[in-house]
Design a protein around this ligand. Structure first.
Ligand code: AHG
Ligand code: MN
Ligand code: MN
Ligand code: MN
Length: 335
């Protein structure tokens, strides 16, 4: 595949040619790109757009919703509800799955998304993103919550958009991970980063160290050894980064390697992690695996976790696979 001026729709039609999903999945993902363009336009207007700031509502996790969380959610619904491609949608910003209005045809897919990832960064003009996951819906009738609770290995497509200095879309339909850049003058996503690969080794890690005292011993050990540098057991210096937008941290890892961790901690013992399985960990996990990386809870592959609720949280460790294997080893030695 040439990276010249291949648009995302042409790329998807070619990748899906001859598969069960050929026409419908490409069409759904093109609808997703329409939402992404709308969200990109809103986020890039910044303070001039009147979209910044918080609402006085909370989502199901008790997070105060930003205006842009809700507007981005609406953009995804509007772009994807009418085309006869989805049977239903679920997101971080909706307590329960969205039932399509009666007038729209029901389609073969379930779309699950984080409309605006890293939304605490909108007011400080730091990169944010959108994350999405596509599952098949094989039953007749509107989906129930139980229909959404499929493990990540069943995803037929996943991806994210990053609204940074440029807007990019990174996606997979299970045939590698590919990156596209929005050409604003033409209005198309153009293939710029075909077949992304995460190097197996790295000396860079991302974790919110303000939680260090709450981590489990295997994660404390990993970070302490990395911080010990050349004279420690790892015998080399490590570098750290933390953007507080998972998409931005993951995007850096896809570009140059590294690992990202949001482990289980004891800060709030009722939560088994910070990030949400269905619309953060699973889609990003598929993207990372398709790029040759690994995505783990520390105790097993994220994509094999059987979900029990729509908004459940999960420990996340992902990126360069030899470092993720080391983290899994430290957990196994500790347990
Ligand atoms: P969201 O904005 O969709 O709720 O997700 C925020 C997530 C993720 O993007 C990021 O890695 C993490 O929260 C940041 O958490 P801290 O505020 O603890 O750094
Ligand atoms: Mn949130
Ligand atoms: Mn998020
Ligand atoms: Mn979000």
């Amino acid at each position: 595949m040439q990276s010249g001026r291949t648009t995302v729709s042409k790329f998807l039609i070619e990748q899906l040619h001859g598969t069960d999903d050929q026409a419908d999945l490409a069409a759904l993902l093109v609808d997703v790109t329409a939402a992404v363009k709308a969200i990109s336009a809103m986020t890039s207007k910044g303070a001039l757009g009147g979209f910044l700031g918080a609402l006085d509502t909370q989502n199901v996790q008790g997070e105060v919703q930003k205006k842009l969380d809700v507007l981005s959610n609406d953009a995804m619904i509007q772009a994807c509800e009418w085309g006869g491609l989805v049977a239903g949608m679920a997101s971080e910003e909706m307590d329960d799955p969205y039932t399509l209005p009666k007038e729209f045809e029901r389609g073969p897919y379930l779309l699950i998304f984080d409309p605006l990832d890293g939304s605490s960064n909108t007011d400080v003009n730091v990169s944010v993103g959108t994350i999405f996951s596509v599952l098949r819906h094989t039953k007749i009738g509107d989906p129930t919550v139980a229909d959404y609770l499929r493990p990540g290995v069943e995803q037929v497509a996943a991806g994210y958009a990053i609204y940074g200095p440029s807007t990019m879309l990174v996606l997979t339909v299970g045939k590698g991970t590919h990156g596209f850049t929005l050409d604003r003058e033409i209005g198309n996503f153009v293939l710029t980063h075909p077949d992304l690969k995460i190097p197996a080794d790295t000396s860079e890690f991302a974790i919110n160290t303000s939680n260090e005292r709450f981590w489990e011993p295997p994660v404390q050990r990993y970070v302490a050894e990395a911080k010990a540098g050349k004279t420690g057991p790892r015998e080399r210096d490590f570098n750290t980064r933390w953007i507080a937008s998972m998409v931005a941290d993951v995007h850096r890892i896809l570009m140059r390697g590294g690992i990202f961790m949001y482990p289980k901690d004891t800060k709030d013992p009722s939560k088994p992690g910070r990030l949400r399985l269905m619309y953060e960990a699973n889609p990003i996990g598929m993207i990372v695996e398709q790029a040759g990386g690994a995505a783990s809870t520390g105790r097993g592959r994220i994509l094999e976790v059987q979900p029990t609720s729509l908004h459940q949280r999960v420990p996340v460790m992902l990126g360069s696979k030899n470092e993720i294997a080391r983290l899994e080893r430290y957990h196994a030695e500790y347990d």
